[in-house]
Design a protein around this ligand. Structure first.
Ligand code: ADP
Ligand code: PMV
Ligand code: MG
Length: 354
């Protein structure tokens, strides 16, 4: 039997990076998904774990006996989500060295380590074939790493019989897990995300698992009911970057300037709190909607300034900011920055003046 799970990417409307340091942030799931399918294979002589990454056009195969040798018999299968130890991480790196990953796609290594960690922790050394495909650009700030870990955890936990959809699968329709099962998927995905991000806040895997729009602070998630649609344009600068390095860069700046950065994180917290309450306000007429959107735009503009203070903007992002400003539109980077995607608030009534 084949099991298929999918999970969405996200945009962060306010609070990226600061959320890693305990500030509130606001994120929303988007209609672009990563899907992972798995078929367990009957045990035989040539037992292997196979991975087919459709978007990169790469396939990988690890003999189950080799996984057992390198990771150790007792190492992996776990009853509950657990972190990947540094010894295990080193063993995973060794398993990856044996695969010929093209230099131009070496950034996939973190995702491959997360895959092997999740697979062996949830299914042990059972042979199986996994296929991954995604609508999301990788390393562009739209949470591809979290969508990868969430869809993978959902598929693996279902294949292991640990979680199930109520009433079983029904034709082509996607079924949603029960709340407790979603919690478990989210906790496993967070462990995978730790391998990719280094020090994730957990916001990306949480919004990818639970969907909708959320406020997230110190691991606690609040669902936001957006009363009026908020329209965002997403521009991909196509400048590649790596979340782990950017998150580490902000932490280094925070340790060099603890007081100044604490004030920056505090200001971002206030912006996210205000933005989340504005999102939930019901605006009945055009004037009220316009004033709500003006406030959102101003908060986004302030957040972008603080992201510049954190050192995570980029010339390509500044170009998008200047370009949209010509049309009186406000933009901010989304995700880790350093390139990647930029959000532009599209007001309900646009007045082009240029
Ligand atoms: N579909 C996928 N297949 C394999 N690895 C993936 C996939 N999606 C994401 N990843 C991993 O996640 C990394 C990108 O994560 P990250 O730097 O956090 O950026 P973002 O989450 O914004 O896309 C990739 O370099 C890769 O290691
Ligand atoms: C920068 C950060 O706040 C969001 C990173 O998102 P992305 O990986 O760039 O999609 C990191 C985190 O919260 O784990
Ligand atoms: Mg990521």
């Amino acid at each position: 039997m084949e099991v298929r799970a999918r999970a969405p990417g996200k945009i962060i409307l306010a609070g990226e990076h600061a959320v890693v340091h305990g500030s509130a942030a606001v994120a929303a799931a988007i209609d672009l998904y990563t899907s992972s399918s798995i078929r367990l294979l009957p045990a035989g002589d040539a037992d292997a774990v196979e991975l087919d990454l459709k978007d990169s056009g790469l396939t990988f195969s690890w003999a189950c006996s080799r996984l057992r040798d390198v990771l150790g018999e007792g190492c992996c299968k776990a009853e509950a989500p657990r972190p990947c130890s540094s010894d295990e991480l080193a063993a995973l790196a060794k398993l990856l060295e044996e695969q010929e990953i093209p230099e131009a796609k070496i950034w996939l290594s973190a995702g491959l380590s997360a895959f092997l960690f999740l697979y062996t922790s949830i299914l042990g050394f059972k042979p199986g074939r996994v296929v991954v495909s995604s609508d999301l650009p990788m390393g562009a700030g739209l949470g591809s790493s979290a969508a990868f870990c969430v869809s993978m955890s959902g598929a693996l936990l279902t294949a292991a019989g640990v979680v199930a959809v109520a009433g079983g699968s029904q034709g082509e329709e996607w079924q949603v897990f029960e709340k407790d099962d979603l919690e478990l998927v989210n906790r496993w995905a967070f462990q995978g995300e730790k391998i990719i991000h280094g020090k994730p806040s957990g916001i990306d895997n949480a919004v990818s698992t639970f969907g909708s729009m959320i406020k997230f602070k110190k691991g606690t998630l609040t669902n936001l009911k957006s009363r009026n649609p908020v329209k965002m344009l997403i521009t991909d600068t196509r400048v590649g970057r790596n979340t782990k390095a950017l998150v580490a860069g902000v932490s280094e700046r925070a340790s060099r300037h603890p007081d100044a950065m604490a004030s920056v994180f505090n200001a971002v917290n206030s912006i996210s709190e205000e933005l989340s309450s504005i999102v939930e306000l019901a605006a009945e007429d055009e004037i009220a909607i316009t004033s709500k959107e003006d406030k959102l735009a101003e908060l986004m503009e302030m957040n972008q300034g603080l992201l510049q203070c954190m050192g995570v903007s980029h010339a390509s992002i500044e170009t998008v900011l200047r370009t949209t400003l010509k049309y009186n539109l406000v933009s901010k980077l989304t995700g880790a920055g350093g390139g990647g995607c930029v959000l532009t608030l599209i007001p309900t009534c646009i007045l082009f003046t240029s």
